[in-house]
Design a protein around this ligand. Structure first.
Ligand code: SF4
Length: 199
């Protein structure tokens, strides 16, 4: 597992010895089964099955593109070309969140820049699997500018925190640890900060 992290799923609760109650296990199992059933019986899946894979765009691959001088990394769940129009799909198992839309707009920017589609010809489909609900969006020029501005602003903020921005080098002394162990207990990086599991 440690030698090939890319090919193994590290489960947080197992890794950090967190107790999982039987109720939690059952609840999560139901959620997974419901999500799978909703996807399997959806119109979207029926449509995808009807379309030749030659129209599919690369799935679940790490991709990148540039905004200003910044390299933006992303991994699109699924995208498909239908008669010269691009559909970008994202499946969510969690709740609705404003950041989901921003993430999809970022995918649309990728589709525009790397695959050469006009924004008008791109449709975004957000499938909330557990709720069995699909939201569809088009991206307006205003939304495009807003998301680009946000990305640039966030990149600049992160860069301003580096000790040596030109060489992308940070100094860990500039990032003090927080003191609330209840937060650390659920943090993926606790082993690095505490050498093991926070109790
Ligand atoms: S364990 Fe996580 S939340 Fe806590 S100090 Fe380290 S990085 Fe921050």
């Amino acid at each position: 597992m440690e030698k090939k992290p890319k090919w193994n799923t590290n489960l947080f609760e197992h890794y950090y010895n967190r107790e999982i109650t039987k109720e939690d296990r059952l609840r999560i199992k139901e959620r997974v089964l419901d999500s799978l059933a909703n996807f399997y019986h959806s119109d979207i899946f029926a449509r995808i099955r009807d379309i030749e894979p030659v129209s599919w765009k690369p799935i679940e691959q790490f991709q990148s593109f540039k905004i200003d001088d910044y390299t933006i990394g992303l991994k699109i769940d699924f995208a498909i070309d239908i008669d010269g129009n691009l559909e970008i799909h994202d499946w969510k198992t969690g709740k609705e969140d404003e950041s989901n839309i921003e993430q999809l707009i970022c995918y649309a920017l990728y589709g525009e820049q790397k695959w050469g589609y006009n924004l008008d010809n791109i449709t975004l489909k957000l499938f909330y699997l557990n709720d069995n609900r699909i939201e569809e969006y088009k991206v307006s020029p205003e939304q495009k500018s807003e998301v680009i501005d946000n990305i640039i602003k966030n990149c600049q903020t992160m860069q301003s925190l580096l000790a040596d921005p030109d060489n992308n080098i940070a100094n860990k002394d500039n990032f003090p640890m927080i003191e609330n162990l209840n937060v650390c207990k659920w943090c993926f990086f606790q082993e690095i900060c505490y050498g093991g599991s926070v109790e």
